[in-house]
Design a binder for this molecule. Structure first.
Ligand code: SIN
Length: 502
């Protein structure tokens, strides 16, 4: 057990929160940008975790502009060697990274450890993707010439990261961008600056030059300044649809910049006939409540066909009630840590109440037992009777259940969203899955598997307001380099055959 851990019981839900003496406890947001400093607070304790000066965006971009060409001029193998050294640095310091991620993002240590493993694995995936997606090709173009396809870096890339996976998701852009020969100006979420700073320090320790990867500390103002900065060649963003759309709007008149937007979802998980309802319940819990529901691929809507509704709820609700919510570093490990800050906890509680007021039926009450800390227990509401269900991403451990007569209605209901990131079908036959797959609008479509836990070995992105058709992960290579086609001859050999005066 973590030092000073005190279990606090509220109804059926046990919340294990660490209580420390002498800590400076802040009761509102965890992240605070003052004029000169950014401060992050550990969500599980309210203690100040990190503080640092807000960066000068112009200075960072100018330094990156000077640095990228020499980096791009190095041999590809040399850049790859440096990035492999980065993977080794992270592997060596894995426990320190995991501890920092768990503290700053509030996710259980075991999840933070998987995130660190994923960062290490990203280097090999990006090396392979670079070769396969953006490699060189040469072919005969006739009359002694050849045609070549090569790729060039954009120059300075802006990477704006989320707090949910503060290391893995930004690295999914940073590593491909560096391999391609770009310099990167990385702005971590203002809620997870310490992880961002530690990552960039690891790149430097591995040999990436200081100005080739820089960490810009700041809040929305610094983010906006980076997005519109004329010295950058692209923006690779992971975060909310609202922020992504704002970025898109700001750059609408600037087609020269590549913009990759990975945004959220109002993701459906559909359950149809299956004898394996206990397994279905486990998949739903993993989809909706892993990382306290703070994944862009989390299931937000559970759509259940009438025939299995009662039996499924009899498995799901008791299982969700048993989930331990507590200190991310606690032993035994909780299923969920806190949400990221008190504002989020408050908004989630308000959303729960609003859905009930609109006609929802609570199957499992969401609770917030500690008023000053953002621990939430999972909530499940049947919203079948709610007219005009809001099509928004409720970013926390809240699952809305919709009962439907059959699979076709379930598919229609699943598509009843502007988002299109992730969707899953549980149960059914191969034909049912074929119908589901063909008709669902999403970038990730799974069968008998959670909506989340996407692999970095495949493209990661959605449609609708979940993305702009520039997926990350395996396809991030495409966003880091642009194709250049050349027709080439080793000597000028040309004659004008027609149209000449004698
Ligand atoms: C995320 O959804 O935020 C990360 C990837 C996943 O779990 O699928």
């Amino acid at each position: 057990m973590r030092n000073g851990l005190t279990p606090i019981f509220s109804g059926a839900i046990a919340i294990h929160a660490p209580i420390r003496t002498g800590a400076r406890i802040r009761q509102a947001n965890i992240a605070n940008v003052t004029d000169t400093n950014l401060i992050s607070y550990e969500p599980a304790t309210g203690e100040e975790l990190w503080r640092g000066p807000v960066s000068d965006v112009d200075a960072a971009v100018s330094a990156a502009r000077r640095a990228w060409a020499p980096w791009a001029a190095r041999a590809l193998t040399e850049r790859i060697t440096v990035l492999r050294a980065f993977a080794n640095t992270v592997r060596r310091d894995a426990e320190t990274f995991a501890d920092l991620i768990a503290r700053e993002a509030g996710k259980p240590l075991r999840e933070a450890r998987s995130e660190v493993d994923a960062v290490v694995a990203e280097v090999d995936i990006a090396v392979q993707a670079y070769a396969e997606r953006t490699g060189k090709k040469k072919f005969d173009a006739g009359v002694g010439s050849s045609a070549a396809l090569r790729h060039k870096p954009h120059g300075v890339m802006v990477v704006i990261g989320p707090f949910t996976f503060p290391a893995e998701l930004p690295c999914g852009h940073i590593i491909p961008a560096l391999i391609a020969g770009n310099a990167v100006v990385f702005k971590p979420s203002e809620k997870t600056p310490a992880v961002g700073e530690a990552l960039v320090a690891a790149f430097h320790a591995a040999g990436v030059p200081a100005d080739v990867i820089q960490c810009v500390i700041g809040g929305p103002d610094e983010g906006k300044a980076l997005v519109v900065h004329p010295g950058t060649g692209g923006v690779l963003f992971t975060g909310s649809a609202q922020s992504g759309i704002a970025i898109n709007r700001k750059l609408a008149a600037n087609p020269g910049k590549i913009v990759a937007l990975e945004m959220g979802g109002n993701n459906p998980i559909v359950v149809t006939d299956t004898p394996k309802l206990a397994d279905a319940a486990a998949i739903i819990v993993q989809s909706a409540f892993a990382t306290a529901g703070q994944r862009c691929t989390a299931a937000r809507r559970l759509i259940v066909v009438e025939s299995v509704y009662d039996a499924l709820m009899a498995e799901l609700v008791p299982l969700a009630r048993k989930l331990m919510v507590g200190d991310p570093l606690g032993e035994p490990q909780p299923f969920m840590g806190p949400v990221i800050d008190n504002d989020t906890a408050e908004q989630m509680m308000e959303s729960f109440v609003a859905l009930i007021t609109a006609g929802g039926r609570s199957l499992l009450n969401m609770r917030r037992s500690l008023p000053d800390l953002p621990f939430l227990s999972p909530g499940i509401i049947d919203v079948t009777e709610v007219a005009d269900r809001p099509d928004i991403e409720l970013f926390g451990p809240l699952l809305q259940v919709i009962r439907v007569p059959d699979l076709d209605t379930a598919i229609t209901e699943a598509n009843n969203t502007r988002f299109g990131l992730s969707a899953a079908l549980i149960g059914g036959s191969p034909d049912d899955y074929g119908r589901f797959w063909a008709n669902i609008r999403a970038g990730i479509i799974n069968w008998n598997a959670p909506t989340n836990g996407a692999s970095a070995k495949t493209p990661f992105g959605g449609i609708g307001i979940s993305g702009n058709h520039r997926p990350a992960a395996y396809y991030a290579a495409d966003n880091s380099a642009y194709p250049v086609t050349s027709t080439e001859m080793d000597q000028p050999r040309a004659t004008i055959m027609v149209g000449l005066r004698p």
